[in-house]
Design a protein around this ligand. Structure first.
Ligand SMILES: Cc1ncc(COP(=O)(O)O)c(C=O)c1O
Length: 464
């Protein structure tokens, strides 16, 4: 058995194609619907916001899609990313399990988000777009998009949820470093923002409001487009590079995972690490694949599978996915990137078809796992990633209890260097343990009861 802690791929082994799981799913994701007509939307509905190359990827059935050379050249600045064997964590837990993690925190923005920001900006540049507008919650996506826009010389406008704008000032500084403009949302530079401010001048903002502002800016200027950092199929496609690399690195280690784990907000890093293993599972290889979410925003474990809007302001097409209702506002946990009421259609369909599983954990348990991890392995994880760590530890301790060998792979989607205030609160004992607002979910679900129903509509708790 090898005791190497790190498995690095040669740059020439970096994948040159993205893998599209839709080509292999027994039941492909159901089409987005026009909320007015209830009919599937055509590509023209997305054209005011996205370049045609991304719209084609969004609906593509092709299994493999070439990564453009210009994107590979930028990926090569930090990819292939390392895969580590967590020997020290295994020792700390006293487990017979072998734990591996793929580390996406080595990207310039510190997470997996640039894997899609770079191609999204590339295709916009190719289409002659001069500016991209986007929203950001905790700032990971806004900083990744700013980085990518800087690489291709495109202007970026980030609407950052006001509460995070003040809580995470250094994410804002990063956005400025890369030459982008960031404003707290709600802002007075869009009608959507002005409307909110008129009613509530002290509004803290929300992802829903920030999306409305970015979409309005993109829709009202033909030189400006919109970009989204998760949920959509083209975003998940771009993240597939993570799992393809991880599979090769596991081969280098002479291992194949029994369990593959990713934290799940909109679903992009989870799909990134797992979709290649999903393919292998569909092809006959037995693997447990687990998406991990916060107990305070339990979309996959407690949501219903239904059509719903992707945003609070009801501006997006209807998407078939597990949802807590677009009006649901999750508690203000520090894993800001996991505070989303819904999830990617692809991920939901895989759960519905029992190809993947879901688990949910509370904030304090995840911080405890993050600290155990950083004291063993040295890396300080993003609060989002701590959810994957928590489940990896649960699997490892189960292996210990059962005296069984098990190979575990999880995605460490980002570092937590700009989340230290959250760690300070945890150490000071001030971190409030979160709880799902049952009444909030019930009323948010009532608000969607009239929307069209997809095949497989659950109308009840949807998780495994
Ligand atoms: C470090 C990190 N991990 C995970 C996520 C969750 O997003 P997704 O589910 O799209 O991977 C985010 C979102 O911002 C993030 O910043």
């Amino acid at each position: 058995m090898s005791t190497r802690p790190c498995y690095n791929l040669d740059p020439s082994d970096m994948p040159t194609k993205w893998y599209n799981v839709v080509a292999d799913m027994p039941n492909p994701p159901q089409p987005p619907l026009n909320p007015g007509t209830g009919e599937p939307i055509g590509p023209e509905a997305l054209a005011p916001l996205f370049p045609m190359a991304l719209i084609e990827q969004e609906v593509s059935q092709e299994r493999w899609i070439d990564i453009p050379q210009e994107v590979l050249d930028i990926y090569a600045m930090w990819r292939p990313t390392p895969l580590y064997r967590a020997h020290r964590l295994e020792n700390a837990l006293g487990t017979p399990a072998k734990i591996f993690y793929k580390y996406e925190g080595v990207s310039p923005a510190g997470s997996h988000k640039p894997n899609t920001a770079v191609p999204q900006v590339f295709y916009n540049k190719q289409a002659g777009i001069k500016k991209i507008a986007t929203e950001t919650g905790a700032g990971q996506w806004g900083s990744a998009l700013s980085y990518a826009c800087n690489m291709f010389g495109i202007e970026a406008q980030v609407f950052m949820v006001k509460v995070s704008y003040h809580q995470k000032p250094y994410r804002r500084s990063m956005i400025n470093c890369w030459g982008a403009t960031v404003v707290p949302s709600p802002s007075d530079i869009t009608q959507a923002g002005r409307d909110v401010l008129e009613k509530d001048p002290d509004s803290n903002g929300s992802l829903g409001i920030a999306i409305s502002e970015a979409v309005e800016m993109a829709a009202s200027d033909e030189n400006t487009n919109y970009a989204l950092g998760s949920v959509l199929s083209h975003v998940l496609l771009h993240q597939s590079i993570i799992g393809q690399e991880a599979e090769k690195q596991m081969e280098m280690a002479g291992e194949y995972p029994d369990v593959v784990i990713g934290c799940c907000g909109g679903g992009s890093n989870f799909a990134g690490i797992s979709n290649k293993f999903v393919k292998n599972k569909i092809d006959g290889r037995d693997t447990k694949i687990v998406a991990v979410e916060p107990a305070s925003c339990p979309t996959l474990t407690k949501g219903i599978f239904s059509y719903d809007f992707g945003d609070t302001a009801r501006m997006t097409p209807l998407l078939a996915a597990h949802t807590l209702g677009h009006d649901f506002v999750p508690p203000g946990i520090h894993a800001g990137g996991l505070r989303y009421h819904s999830v990617a259609s692809q991920t939901s369909q895989l759960l519905l078809d029992n190809i993947i599983e879901a688990a949910a954990y509370r904030q304090l348990d995840c911080f405890e796992a993050a600290v155990t991890f950083c004291r063993a392995e040295g890396i300080i994880p993003a609060p989002e990633s701590s959810h994957a760590i928590k489940h990896a530890i649960v699997e490892a301790l189960q292996a210990k209890e059962e005296g069984k060998e098990k190979t575990i792979l999880f995605n460490l989607s980002g570092h937590g260097h700009f989340d230290m205030a959250a760690y300070d609160s945890y150490f000071a004992g001030e971190l409030i343990d979160d709880a799902m607002d049952e009444a909030g979910v019930a009323s948010a679900l009532k608000a969607i009861s009239e929307l069209p129903k997809p095949v497989g509509y659950t109308g009840r708790s949807g998780g495994n």
